[in-house]
Each structure stands twice: as structure tokens, then as C-alpha cells.
Design a protein around this ligand. Structure first.
Ligand code: HEM
Length: 78
């Protein structure tokens, strides 16, 4: 890391990563546009994103996965 890490919040940094397609595809399991749902399922979400098996149409870039990882490590702030 080249500079001090700023706190990562769900509303500003994480929610914008989820497309409408992502949200609609996963609504039966959880709502990716809802903080409480992403908080509850964060370990499963990180596991699938870091494995590259979600989203179904192409893996996230490493920078986005890192941001999610930092959000969790930093206390999963709203
Ligand atoms: C950032 C976007 C996404 C995330 C974080 C995500 C995350 C996940 C997670 C954690 C599961 C396991 C759920 C469980 O077992 O309870 C799952 C399953 C699934 N997702 Fe997604 N998903 C995303 C986008 C998508 C998209 C775009 C599609 C397809 C249009 C999709 C289709 C599915 C399907 C069909 C399953 C059930 C089958 C399986 O486990 O592979 N998801 N997803």
C-alpha cells in the first residue's frame, strides 16, 4: 500500500460496485443494494468474488475485490 488506507464505507464504496444485473440475479438469496444483507452474507460474497465464480458473466478486477476485502477488514462500515 502506498498511502494510508481511508475507511471504506458500504454506501460510498461498495454498493456502487454492484450492477442492477447483479442485484436482480441474486435477490432470491440477498439484496446486494441493502447494507444489512451484504453485511450478513459478506463472507460468502467475498469468497465467490475472490474465486472469480461470481458474477456469472465475468470476474471482478482484483482492485474491486481488494476494496471489498478492505471494507470487511475495516469493520464493514455502513
Ligand atoms: C457482484 C455480483 C454477485 C455476487 C457478489 C454474487 C454472489 C453469489 C453468492 C455468494 C452465491 C452463493 C449463494 C448461496 O449459496 O446462498 C451466488 C450464487 C449464484 N449466483 Fe451470484 N453473485 C453475483 C452476481 C450474479 C450474476 C450476475 C448472476 C447471473 C446472472 C448470478 C447467478 C447466480 C446463480 C445462478 C447462483 C446459484 C448457483 C451457484 O451457486 O453458482 N450471480 N452468487
Amino acid at each position: 500500500m502506498t498511502e494510508p488506507a481511508l475507511p471504506v464505507g458500504y454506501a460510498t464504496s461498495i454498493r456502487p460496485l454492484f450492477r442492477e444485473l447483479d442485484r436482480n440475479s441474486m435477490l432470491k438469496a440477498f439484496d446486494l443494494w441493502r447494507y444489512e444483507d451484504v453485511l450478513d452474507h459478506r463472507d460468502a460474497i467475498l469468497a465467490r468474488l475472490s474465486a472469480g465464480t461470481m458474477p456469472c458473466d465475468g470476474a471482478w478486477p482484483a482492485s474491486s475485490v481488494d476494496l471489498l476485502r478492505r471494507w470487511i477488514a475495516g469493520g464493514s462500515l455502513p
